[in-house]
Design a protein around this ligand. Sequence first.
Ligand code: G4P
Length: 526
Amino acid sequence: MSLTKEIQKRRTFAIIAHPDAGKTTLTEKLLLFGGAIQTAGAVKSNKIDTATKSDWMEIEKQRGISVATSVMGFEYQGIKINLLDTPGHQDFAEDTYRTLTAVDSVIMVIDCVKGVEIQTEKLMEVCRMRNTPVICFINKLDREGRDPYELLDEVEEKLNIQVRPLSWPIGMGKSFKGVYNLYDKKLNLFSPSQRKLSDAREQFENLDDNRLDEIIGNSYANQLREDVELIEGVYTDFDTKEYLEGKVAPVFFGSAVNNFGVNEMLDTFIRIAPTPKSRQTEDREVKPEESKFSGFIFKIHANMDPNHRNRIAFLRICSGKFQRNKPYNHVRGPKPLRFSNVTQFMAQDREMVDEAFPGDIVGLFDTGNLKIGDTLTEGEDMTFKGIPSFSPEIFKEVINKDAMKTKQLEKGLKQLMEEGVAQYFTYEMGARKVVGTVGQLQFEVIQFRLKNEYNASVEFAPMNLYKACWISSKDKKQLDEFVRSKSRHIAQDKDGKLVFMAESKSWLQMVQDNYPEIDFHFTSEF
Ligand code: G4P
């Protein structure tokens, strides 16, 4: 098959949601449709089953939460779908942010009872940075939820994106009758069932048809007629181009656990979701059709085997054909790298592959050469952009409990940071080391892994910090002067970039006002 055909065949996306909105359930249903799993419950049980294939980290088994991001590939109607799973726990949000850099679109799940929740807002901000196309699935219609109009308004307001419903619910909760597909003009009647794969649909070109009253009753039929008239009046026609530009999110209503409305959304997804997109490097745009291979590492998984310090680096292929055993330019590193152990992920299985194409994610067996953000190419020296670090929210100072193990500690911290477990800052003065995370849980993960894998004991001392801001200035003299005058608050990140450690919001504001020529950035890429 030609490279262009391979590219046209692929869709790479992630599901984002606030915990408990139904991401795992929806993932499972999508895999069922793709024939990648046979039984309902297969994905769900991974959360608690200690010996599952995706449960690579010991800590994950202990805590029974999905710490890791994994990839699930499946075929549906001749399309190869790569679904990147994201950790459900919000403390691992940074991991999710990075996963979003490797996808071409997202499906956002919203609980109709709770509406737009905080985690969804944050994830959406990351999507907005790259104008990632979004499809919205409003879930749990079998429960008494909020008014659908109100939900749509909330999505528009809180997530700062226009919406366009493509299906519309009839009733809700106990009286939930089903959805009307505004695009295909089909009525899809609700029947609670976890097992059925496709919904029975009735075509209704004209909603004045009396059959509608017979099927759902007169009052629901009239309500639907009113709703549809209103929607068609208020919203402009759905425009795929606007969706692809990240300006409009089509909205579907359904109930993932009942496998209802999922098929509808998946069929639309196949029709409109983007094929692998071009990616920006520091110097130029790389098109997927370019014959030479390029890709970047967005995730590293450690501890595949606790006896050996090996890891799997997840590579997103951006252009050309990736081949096993072929030497590639490791742009940041000293020498070309060749990978003999290359795996792809089909549903929950991993299999060895010889080649992969743009949009694909492969796992590369790595002994410590790679780190997050690294670019691999077939020769050209370039670096993909768009894999930034975000300012952490919790900061703690690293206290070494065993001076004899300083070397192990340093090595352990360095490797954990390369995996993106947390961020690491070293103060210019006094060389104090600070770990910054999005959530409390990472400190426990770090402590546990340092002990378990590197035999180093640490404690974390709380620090009163508000944000780490990357700093720059057009005027180098001014920047030097700022660094000198604020030296007690200046640190370096893991790549040696200068960071201003702000203690409070108001103080940061004051410093920003006092130093207008200094630019303060909340992500490491600016
Ligand atoms: P997450 O991955 O986004 O965290 O959510 P998950 O799929 O685990 O779903 C969270 C809970 O919501 C689960 O219930 C799940 O069964 C339920 N759920 C998902 N979709 C629907 C739906 O359409 N309707 C209703 N009523 N519930 C739904 P749980 O009690 O936590 O687990 P379980 O005991 O049901 O497995």
